[in-house]
Design a protein around this ligand. Structure first.
Ligand SMILES: [Zn+2]
Length: 59
């Protein structure tokens, strides 16, 4: 795998900077960098826009 030499600026969907403003985890970026070097929405301040978990059965 070609890894590290080339950085592709892949931006996450749409981080809400308003929510991230006071976040201590992402420091206002709305995104965090995983150990793999990928950017993902900060789970602390950004609502889960991914339909990954089946939590649709709310009331
Ligand atoms: Zn955050």
């Amino acid at each position: 795998m070609t890894y590290g030499a080339h950085r592709t600026p892949v931006l996450p969907p749409h981080p809400d900077l308003g929510l991230a403003r006071d976040c201590e985890l992402c420091l206002g970026w709305g995104t965090v960098v995983t150990r793999d070097g990928d950017h993902e929405l900060c789970r602390a301040c950004q609502p889960d826009g991914h339909g990954d978990s089946t939590a649709a059965a709310g009331a």
